[in-house]
Design a protein around this ligand. Structure first.
Ligand SMILES: Cc1cc2nc3c(=O)[nH]c(=O)nc-3n(C[C@H](O)[C@H](O)[C@H](O)COP(=O)(O)OP(=O)(O)OC[C@H]3O[C@@H](n4cnc5c(N)ncnc54)[C@H](O)[C@@H]3O)c2cc1C
Length: 381
């Protein structure tokens, strides 16, 4: 890639905003209503180089990292949370592929021709993603994978899955693989029909005897836990927080616009003239701004290698995820019965916001980790 082409592929928030306005927003209601996968948005992100946002420049990517990824997910979430979560899971998987994958797939991602995702959660170990029960066994020079993955965003739509299994031969908690999504032995047993994030295809994926070359191992055999904690966790936590902040921002703005513009004709006043309504809007604004500030600090801690980085990374998803359920609940309250219908637009944010609290590491697990960290106990064990 020449210098000029590379220069043209800078991370540009205006280009991102153009795609949001031109492609994501117009499709958002339909994605939510029908559960359609946001393919047009992904194509637009690919063409703009944004699927390669965190791919290194050496393979043709934009060479950005956590800050840009969290910012991108936040902006997209304010328009369409389903599209934002597809991006969040894509970047989480790209981080692993960038660290341990082969050059051709890294280049395909950077060129916008390859969408990927994480396939960690399983039917057997549920939200304890670090402990897969699915297996990897040596099979005539290749590796056979068997598993029942319980939730995979972009299931049946992504080009590859970053997949966890028990170790092949080594000691350790798990091993990570790159699994091509077109493998015959993979199936999506049931379509996704969720409360929120309806355009995500977050469906189960079953593998019965999928074979992959040993070179598809991402990292060391038995070393998956380190990849999950060292590579995936910071990206996922920060982007999940961005997702929640974007959702809160949109709900707060829509609620403010509704109360300012909605009249009691018999009194000649608006909903915004009610002190309780204003106080609840103030609480929404404060929570949103607090979470955005905490997210900024978490990213700064990570970039600076501060001692409190792990604590901030753990805190930020729990804080933003829980705040988003509170803020969107308040949005439903201040907008009254009107919020129950689609036209005010806040009921979708209320539904979408709930996912972050139960996506692993779930809020309750994070509280346990943070409590252990605060008490000076080991996080695992
Ligand atoms: C929209 C959506 C998209 C998703 N996308 C993906 C994806 O792309 N890839 C992927 O791998 N996974 C994905 N997941 C799965 C997600 O990460 C979790 O694994 C899943 O939501 C857990 O659901 P469960 O029913 O198995 O929870 P369970 O494990 O059954 O948990 C039930 C409750 O128990 C609590 N709990 C469990 N363990 C503990 C503990 N040790 N301490 C305290 N409380 C605990 C949980 O917090 C929760 O409240 C997705 C989930 C959703 C909702």
């Amino acid at each position: 890639m020449g210098d000029e082409e590379q220069r043209a592929k800078e991370f540009d928030l205006r280009a991102l905003d153009e795609i949001i306005k031109g492609t994501v927003e117009p499709a958002a209601a339909d994605v939510d209503r029908t559960g359609a996968f946001p393919r047009a948005a992904l194509d637009a992100f690919g063409q703009a180089g944004l699927l390669g946002l965190i791919s290194s420049r050496e393979v043709g990517g934009l060479g950005e990292a956590h800050r840009a990824a969290a910012q991108t997910v936040e902006r997209v979430a304010s328009a369409c949370a389903s599209t934002a979560m597809v991006l969040c899971m894509h970047y989480s998987a790209v981080a692993v592929i960038e660290a341990h994958g082969a050059r051709p797939v890294r280049e395909a991602i950077a060129r916008g021709r390859h969408v990927t995702t994480l396939a960690f959660s399983e039917k057997g170990s549920r939200s304890h993603f670090w402990a897969p029960v699915g297996t990897a066994t040596a099979d005539e020079g290749e590796v056979r994978l068997d598993a029942e993955k319980s939730w995979v965003t972009s299931a049946g739509e992504a080009d590859s899955y970053v997949w966890s299994s028990q170790p092949l031969e080594a000691e350790g908690q798990n091993t990570i693989w790159l699994v091509p999504a077109d493998a015959q032995e993979l199936s999506v047993p049931a379509p996704f029909d969720g409360l929120g994030l309806r355009g995500n295809n977050s469906a189960p994926v079953k593998a019965v005897g999928v074979t992959v070359p040993r070179e598809n191992m991402l990292g060391a055999d038995g070393g998956g836990f380190d990849v999950m904690m060292g590579v995936v966790l910071p990206y996922f936590q920060l982007m999940s927080a961005g997702f929640s902040v974007g959702t809160m921002e949109a709900a707060t703005q829509k609620a403010a616009a509704h109360v300012a513009g909605t009249k009691f004709e018999h009194l000649g006043t608006s909903l915004a003239d009610l002190p309780t309504v204003r106080a609840n809007l103030a609480r929404m604004r404060i929570k949103t701004d607090m979470c955005r500030a905490l997210l900024g600090d978490a990213v700064t801690a990570l970039e600076a290698g501060r001692d409190d980085t792990m604590l901030r990374v753990l805190e930020v998803k729990a804080a933003a995820g829980e705040s988003a359920t509170e803020v969107t609940d308040l949005a439903m309250r201040v907008c009254g019965g009107a919020a129950f219908r689609k036209e005010v637009g806040v009921e979708r944010h209320f539904r979408d916001a709930r996912a972050a609290t139960v996506m692993a590491p779930t809020t309750d697990v994070l509280y346990d980790f943070i409590g252990k960290a605060v008490c000076g106990l080991p996080l695992f064990g």
